[in-house]
Design a protein around this ligand. Structure first.
Ligand code: TXA
Ligand code: MG
Length: 319
């Protein structure tokens, strides 16, 4: 059974013993292990049922540590790191040879970030190794934004889950890579295209083949509830008529849909605040998924800024 705790020392002991833990970050909870422990890294993949071709993000304690895991760091990468770290930005950089290939799925690059959650930072500062941590959810499932979510998924598999409360940002980090002088966003997050452009000038968003993604976070099915999920169409009435089923739920942006056939609704932000919507996203999906519904209707958000990043998750949650 997994223990929810705020005692960092318990986490340190587990990690030094090649075990993995539930780790709070400002984005989502992670399943964390020592990057140099083959046993821990294998356990991460097994626990998540994640295919080995899908690489992990390496979490480091400070910017100086970049040189321990990465090399040939582009000037623009350094600028972004200086500006956004600690924080929800992951950089794809040339890996150093001694970063184990199992962590990076044999790629020549390593994904790196410094998380800003105080508990994650305090933990990293007391360790003499970085932590590989994918999101703490089974492959393709809804990510975890509370310690309780992690426990519901992995009560048997984990001994220690650090309880750092609700994640402040609520969606995964923005992933950015560098090709020549180009800066490319591979996964959208709460640090937006506009935020990045203020620091390094023009950036582009990677559009790839979904079956062969560079960042497999771009796999088509992801962040998915167990309950059948469909996007809400413009004509709600017609859509509900066509569905002709009971136990319909909905995830909406700022106000409930006025139709009594929808028995359960989650509002992401009454104030239409996109940051608040991101923070509430996964907890709302978890609640709907536990409500014994036949179907969940999902309303897309305004497709700008963080709204675009949330919509990316919502489109993939549709199963
Ligand atoms: O906010 C986050 O980034 C959270 C917290 C725990 O830090 N972590 C997270 O990890 O979302 P994960 O494993 O669920 O997503 C990491 C994404 C995956 O899509 C993976 O394929 C991509 O990063 N990735 C990791 N290393 C990569 C690499 N070398 N090249 C391309 N993509 C990489
Ligand atoms: Mg994930």
């Amino acid at each position: 059974m997994a223990l929810l705790t705020t005692d960092i020392n318990l986490a340190i002991m587990a990690l030094q013993n090649d075990d993995i833990i539930g780790l709070p970050t400002e984005t989502v909870y992670g399943l964390a292990g020592n990057i140099y422990s083959e046993k821990a890294i294998k356990k991460i993949f097994e626990t998540k049922k994640r295919p080995f071709f899908n690489p992990l993000i390496v979490h480091i304690k400070n910017i100086d540590y970049l040189d321990v895991v990465a090399q040939n760091i582009p000037a623009k990468a350094l600028l972004l790191a200086q500006h956004f770290w600690p924080g929800p930005l992951t950089l794809l950089l040339d890996k150093r040879a001694d970063v184990p290939n199992i962590v990076t799925a044999d790629k020549p690059t390593v994904a790196v970030r410094i998380p800003s959650h105080p508990m994650a930072l305090a933990l990293l500062q007391q360790l003499n190794f970085p932590l590989a941590a994918p999101s703490a959810n089974p492959f393709t499932s809804i990510s975890s934004t509370t310690a309780q979510h992690v426990k519901e998924y992995f009560d048997k598999e984990l001994d220690i889950i650090l309880d750092g409360g609700e994640c402040k940002k609520g969606i995964e980090s923005t992933i950015v890579g560098f090709t020549g002088d180009d800066v490319i966003i591979y996964r959208l997050g709460t640090i937006t295209e506009t935020d990045l452009e203020k620091i390094v000038g023009e950036v582009s968003i990677y559009i790839g083949q979904d079956d062969k993604p560079i960042a497999p976070g771009m796999l088509l099915k992801h962040y998915s509830p167990k309950t059948k999920t469909v996007l809400l169409e413009n004509d709600v009435n017609l859509q509900l008529n066509n569905l002709a089923i009971k136990k319909i739920g909905a995830l909406v942006f700022n106000k409930k849909i006025d139709d009594e056939r929808i028995v359960e609704q989650e509002i992401l932000s009454k104030a239409s605040n996109l940051e608040e919507a991101a923070k509430n996203l996964y907890a709302s999906l978890h609640r709907l998924d536990k409500s014994d519904l036949a179907i969940i209707l999902i309303e897309l958000l305004p497709n700008e800024g963080i709204g675009k990043s949330i919509n990316d998750r919502l489109r993939k949650a549709v199963n």
